[in-house]
Design a binder for this molecule. Sequence first.
Ligand SMILES: Nc1ncnc2c1ncn2[C@@H]1O[C@H](COP(=O)(O)OP(=O)(O)OP(=O)(O)O)[C@@H](O)[C@H]1O
Ligand SMILES: O=c1[nH]c(=O)c2[nH+]cn([C@@H]3O[C@H](COP(=O)(O)O)[C@@H](O)[C@H]3O)c2[nH]1
Ligand SMILES: NC(=O)CC[C@H](N)C(=O)O
Ligand SMILES: [Mg+2]
Length: 517
Amino acid sequence: MNEKILILDFGSQYTQLIARRIRELNVYSEIVPFNKIPELDDSIKGIILSGSPFSVTDANALQTDLGQLIGKRPVLGICYGAQYIAQQLGGKVERSLKREYGKAELSRIYQEDPFLQGVPQGSQVWMSHGDTIMEIPEDFELLAGTAHVDVAAYKSREGAFDQPVYCIQFHPEVTHSLHGKEVLENFVIGIAGCEGSWTPAAFVEETVEELKAQLGGDHVIMGLSGGVDSTVAASLLHEAIGDNLICIFVDNGLLRKDEFEEVLHSYKDMGLRVVGVDAKAQFYRELAGISDPEGKRKVIGRVFIEVFEQEAKKLEAEDRAIKWLGQGTIYPDVIESVSVHGPSVTIKSHHNVGGLPEKLDLRITEPLRMLFKDEVRKVGAELNVPKNILGRHPFPGPGLGIRILGDITPEKVAMLQEADAIYINNLRKFGLYDQVWQAGTILLPVQSVGVMGDERTYEKTVALRAVDSRDGMTAEWSRLPHDFLATVSSEIINNVKGINRVVYDISTKPPSTIEWE
Ligand SMILES: Nc1ncnc2c1ncn2[C@@H]1O[C@H](COP(=O)(O)OP(=O)(O)OP(=O)(O)O)[C@@H](O)[C@H]1O
Ligand SMILES: O=c1[nH]c(=O)c2[nH+]cn([C@@H]3O[C@H](COP(=O)(O)O)[C@@H](O)[C@H]3O)c2[nH]1
Ligand SMILES: NC(=O)CC[C@H](N)C(=O)O
Ligand SMILES: [Mg+2]
């Protein structure tokens, strides 16, 4: 990595967004906790201090050592970052009555500056603060204000430090700041001097070299799910070490209809060496009679590990010592685990093959751990991963197991697979698949009365779920057209034996969740 911007995270809800906006300028950016400043090597061209839910006036406000930053690299303070710099260097910040939340205008741009190049008088910015910078420190000068606050932007005077310091009260990272992108670009490219050469192609080239150096002639195994993350991670590894990568794709009997064959086929076309394991019977056996959602999740997680162990042993028996486990971990997973916010309660135990390393004594390699999902898709496209895999909706590891409420039987799985295939195929047919973030069908443990061909039926119900979301953390139910729902409903009821009722789930997350279990 020859250039990057470091972002100190003070816990703002927008920190990830700052990183993303900078990466959109083709500059790599990395988030670290506010107090974990790494050694400033040559690759770090500039440093940004994020916003925060804390107030600098709080006794327990988050503190960092500005001495390690200011003068060493160009610094940009955003919101809390700007308030913190003001307060630490001798200015004044107060809890004030002048709260600003929402849109404001930079109606007072006091002077021209490269930092505000391309930002017109009156430019709309997004504010979110209850504290106000009342006085800026000596050695600093004002750049802009709004109707409500005098200090919306300020900077260090020429020569005050070896490197410039810029501070803004508004949030350039949100799209409501109409010239936010220009502001960030002015800082990152103009002031910090980044070139903007970080592209998917450059990422692939660099990562492949790193993986070669890291893995040498070692063998790596990796679980493939047919999902975006594991597939793109596998392609990168394959590019680096070829057939020393051995992928394992498990049919847990809880995949979508025909998914196992179709995905295996795509993998063969990609040249990946994939061991397809039919573990349906093992999963069904272990799941028999279990209805509790967490109980099912735990069993599925455990059996995944057992299947992996069996396969790893077989490979070892063929005299191929496996040293590494590849994983498709992506940046949001990493950020969550080092977040400023404490651990939250467990809503659901998300299955991952993460239990593996301790047991198998493998080292972990995660080539995508610094990328966001959309970046993963771009890297995948660069590596010629087929479109049908890159555009896939997320699908949970426990699969249909958590979409069959109550106990799991092969018959219920078959019934749900049929209904689900009708739903998903119609989403494609109606051109709606790419418009929803995730969709799936849930088999309910409810029977109701119907009438078919003059005969009474007493059969099961499926629920259709479709959501719009950015990252799965929050979700809105998709407003699918009624005509589409009508088609799906009648196709399912007419074709899937055992189902006589279809309902549509209109719950948002929170307070509901996306999956029903
Ligand atoms: N059927 C499976 N066979 C082998 N490994 C699996 C299977 N299902 C899940 N895994 C492993 O569990 C990991 C986590 O699954 P998860 O669904 O979070 O990610 P993904 O499938 O790679 O991507 P996406 O979020 O797009 O679905 C996968 O990366 C993969 O290593
Ligand atoms: O790999 C996974 N293993 C799991 O155990 C798991 N549980 C939920 N999900 C997916 O996570 C997102 C949020 O789901 P929930 O709102 O139901 O928690 C949605 O996209 C869910 O499909 C999982 N993914
Ligand atoms: N968005 C922020 O960084 C807010 C900073 C501080 N909590 C305030 O209310 O002013
Ligand atoms: Mg998946």
